[in-house]
Design a protein around this ligand. Structure first.
Ligand SMILES: Cc1cc2nc3c(=O)[nH]c(=O)nc-3n(C[C@H](O)[C@H](O)[C@H](O)COP(=O)(O)O)c2cc1C
Length: 191
């Protein structure tokens, strides 16, 4: 039997990623986002959504610079990711507080956070106001990954061990094991 539960913004699995940008004074901002997903192959693009009240310093910085980086954290950095999501750059130099370093991206004027193993560099393509949030689409113009998460020149999901997030219970999760090959395990139904 199915039951109705409370309406809630939800997606499974959802990530916990970190968006970063420089503010108008060149200081690096970074905040944690669960509202983030892929949205185009050509050009490669991702979209993020940030609460529109400019209480989020990172949103103000992205709207100002029109460029941002998105880091895909590993499970080992859950506490640092959480901190970046519960403190504001208006109050603290958050990256310094957790001893994370950053440098300008290769293709964008936005900070790459060195301690995260995979980051994409994005140029803002499109901005839309969606209810409470500002949805920002970014064209991915460069991808950087640490060698230790690469297998055969590709990012290895299991080596990265990306952090997953459940907004219903406000919990972080491992993403688990490989269970099959996409575009293959369904072929048995295609005959
Ligand atoms: C797990 C997690 C997920 C979050 N996801 C979002 C999100 O998708 N959009 C958003 O606007 N804020 C999100 N937040 C809240 C911001 O990260 C938080 O308000 C942060 O302090 C903003 O920092 P800033 O002012 O330095 O930009 C999330 C926080 C956590 C802990």
């Amino acid at each position: 039997m199915k039951v109705n539960v409370k309406n809630h913004t939800m997606m499974y699995p959802a990530p916990a990623v970190v968006a970063s940008a420089y503010d108008e004074n060149g200081n690096a901002d970074a905040c944690t986002l669960a509202f983030a997903t892929m949205c185009s192959h050509h050009p490669p693009a991702v979209m993020i959504a940030i609460n529109t009240t400019l209480k989020r310093k990172t949103l103000k910085s992205i709207l100002h610079s029109k460029e941002f980086c998105l880091a895909y954290p590993s499970v080992e950095h859950a506490a640092e990711v959480d901190y970046l999501g519960i403190e504001s750059g208006y109050n603290e130099d958050k990256l310094a507080k957790i001893n994370f370093t950053h440098q300008k991206g290769e293709k964008v004027n936005a900070p790459i956070i060195n301690d995260f193993k995979v980051s994409v560099e994005c140029k803002v393509m499109h901005i839309a106001e969606i209810g409470s949030h500002t949805q920002i689409t970014g064209e991915i113009v460069n991808v950087q990954a640490d060698e230790d998460v690469i297998t055969n020149n590709k990012i290895d999901f299991l080596k990265l061990n990306p952090l997953a997030y459940d907004d219903i219970t406000h919990s972080y999760y491992n993403t688990g094991e490989k269970i099959g090959d996409a575009f293959k395990i369904g072929l048995k139904y295609k005959k």
